[in-house]
Design a protein around this ligand. Sequence first.
Ligand code: ACO
Length: 322
Amino acid sequence: MSDLRAVIAGIGSYLPERIMLNAEMATIVDTSDEWIVERSGIRQRHIAAEGEYTSDLAIHASQNALDHAGMSIDEIDMIIVATTTPDETMPSTAVKVQAALGMVRGAAFDIQAACSGFVYGLSICDSFIKSGQANTILLVGAETLTRVVDWKDRATCVLFGDGAGAVVVQGRTDADDRGIVATELRSDGRQHDILYANGGPSTTGTAGAIQMKGKEVFRQAVTNLSGVIVDVLKKTDYEQADIDLLIPHQANKRIIDSVAKKMGMRGDQVLVTIADHGNTSAASVPLAMDQAVRDGRIKEGDILLLEAMGAGLTWGACVLKW
Ligand code: ACO
């Protein structure tokens, strides 16, 4: 019998119906399709409908992941939702997902690591599974970020979108060497002021809106993400050349390109889906990965490297064999 491995048994995603093209954005703030595409790579974003909440997006993505895994909710021991935009201050969005999916056992909770939430979640799943506390975990990244942007600030509102992605992570001893190989997490709370929301339950009693020093975030992202890729690979027997697909957090195409260039990776080794949905924070990595699974770019046995950075600052990476 081989070692216990945390394997991705299924994946799904969901984007709200309403699409806002850059041209429509230009009717709200002083911007242009040309500027947004050139500086970020974004062509459109999806916007949750009135009355459609983060939990609703998470439920759709979760159901799609369960269907892809061929599993029912009865097989899930734990639900973890990574989100910066929960439905309510309390309880967690995860317990709303739990109730909606009809799960009446186990545990459900949220984690908050901003855009790095999904990568943090994979590390938590790996640890819970390897310590025997859970065997089959539904991990969701879900956001309604368009609810926490300042729609008068053209430097931020053009970048973000709503969406959700989910995976079923299962402990298996017959997986050969498939599954999560290594994860690496980092944070630096001193960088708070370059990316934060100017509100919260304990400070203003409101959710606040995203404040960002774009150039500084850009600079930190390239340095930190390149560093964490090197560090996570050191924990494995793989080298950069072995990576079949880099699945970066979809924050800005220029950040993705800069990190890939610094790492010496070819264009075909890097997954870019940002044009279709903008920055969906904790949802962006599973959203991109789901797209690549469904269009056949990810095949069984592929070595994937996932990375993300977000407010905190937080950042992290995960190597997994699909
Ligand atoms: N449309 C038109 N002009 C704009 C817009 C806009 N939407 N936004 C800013 N500008 C203007 C600025 O006012 C400035 O004008 P000025 O030269 O007259 O002062 C000019 O464009 C250049 O602005 P910069 O901020 O210098 O533009 P930059 O090339 O740095 O691009 C951007 C800005 C896209 C925000 C970039 O810095 C960036 O992507 N940073 C990373 C931030 C990020 O990805 N955050 C996501 C959250 S964190 C994460 O997920 C990693």
